[in-house]
Write a protein that binds this ligand. Structure first.
Ligand code: FE2
Length: 377
């Protein structure tokens, strides 16, 4: 067993965090139809309308809807014409995550510190201004076509960002208790996990806090390896998955095939009451992976006593795992587009800082049943 766990190291006065991150600012998706996607996220996940940009606000070639729930902000962007980079991105990858935007105190310093350590620039620092102040943003490339933006908004009090106007809608379904981004996982190609671990260490000052090898994460048929990267204060965590050899095709390979490259596999969203949130999401049409009844026959022997009744967890298919510091409850959605690519995890942490290793086998067997139905196992 090669699993290792380490607490994120506190920086000392000698060791200053050169990329202090305040958390996830927003996640931006490129989608085929942003108007309909925004409606879906409001209806199914309980997001609220926040802001809009498009031709009416001076953005001629694309449209973006900004939706929010507590500290969780999504931007849904679609191109208005065929001859541009966003249209090419959607043609190749389907709908997916383009930007993982990180909140910083100083977007210029973030860009300088990361690019001088080998980060490939996506966008030099630019200052956007309107009547509500200014936002400075910059960005660097990460795996696949995915970008990390650095967003500095300390001198801004507008609705979202210059170029956007408030989006008032007559359709406002209630929230579902989603709170913030817990972690976002990237799938990378064969032999690419360690180079990307090095990227997060060298370029962004992250640390590898957890490692799972193919013995930890394997079923009868397929395997994968994963390393969890965390920034200095632990606010931003990016696990990275790589496929491993198995008898059949792994879920990461299926993703790489259908996304046509590396990209974000799932974003985990925190809730304070997973039973209420998942019950609500299911009633709104969000589909989750099914877990066999046998899982619940032994789970409490493995994790010990928990505050929740087991019955609703089993009814909804919520998984339980523990580590030295506590336990966690988690559930995984089915892919949220027709390609078997991006999905969401809903997570409630009760002390545990880990990622559900004890659930990997049950989870991957559930994923493989679905992969088999698609003829991709
Ligand atoms: Fe996860």
């Amino acid at each position: 067993m090669q699993t290792t766990i380490e607490a994120p190291k506190r920086s000392t006065s000698r060791e200053v965090d050169f990329l202090p991150l305040q958390g996830t600012d927003y996640v931006e998706f490129y989608v085929g139809n942003a108007k309909q996607a925004a409606h879906f996220y409001k209806t199914a996940f309980g997001f609220q309308s926040l802001a809009y940009a498009g031709p009416e606000t001076g953005m001629k070639d694309k449209v973006s809807y900004v939706i929010r729930q507590h500290k969780l902000t999504f931007v849904l962007t679609t191109p208005l014409r065929s001859e541009n980079a966003i249209a090419d991105h959607i043609y190749k990858h389907g709908d997916g995550v383009k930007f993982l935007a990180l909140k910083v105190e100083d977007a210029t310093s973030a860009w300088e510190e990361t690019t001088k350590r080998g980060g490939k620039s996506f966008m030099e620092p630019v200052t956007l201004t309107d009547d509500s102040g200014e936002v400075v943003m910059s960005g660097i490339h990460t795996y696949g076509a995915t970008i990390h933006l650095f967003i500095e908004r300390r001198n801004y009090n507008g609705v979202f960002m210059p170029g956007f106007r408030k989006w008032e809608s007559t359709y406002n379904p209630p929230e579902a208790g989603l709170q913030y981004v817990d972690h976002c996982v990237g799938n990378v190609g064969w032999n690419q996990m360690n180079p990307w671990v090095k990227f997060y260490e060298d370029v962004m000052g992250f640390r590898n806090i957890l490692t799972f090898d193919d013995k930890d994460i394997s079923t009868e048929y397929s395997a994968l390896m994963s390393k969890v990267m965390s920034n200095g204060n632990g606010f931003v965590k990016f696990p990275i998955n790589e496929p491993a050899e198995g008898k059949k095709k792994s879920q990461v390979e299926e993703y790489l095939d259908f996304y046509d490259g590396e990209g974000v596999q799932h974003c985990a969203i925190a809730t304070k009451d997973i039973v209420a949130t998942v019950r609500d999401l299911q009633s709104r049409g969000v589909e989750f992976l099914k877990i066999p009844a046998s899982y619940y026959e032994t789970v409490l022997d493995r994790v010990g006593k928990i505050d929740e009744d087991l019955e609703p967890l089993q009814e909804l298919g919520i998984l339980i795992d523990k580590d030295e510091e506590g336990y966690l409850l988690q559930i995984f959605s089915r892919p949220i587009e027709d390609r078997p690519t991006l999905f969401f995890e809903i997570i409630q942490r009760k002390g545990a800082k880990s990622f559900g290793k004890g659930n990997f086998k049950a989870l991957f067997e559930a994923l493989e049943r679905e992969q088999d139905l698609r003829g991709n196992l």
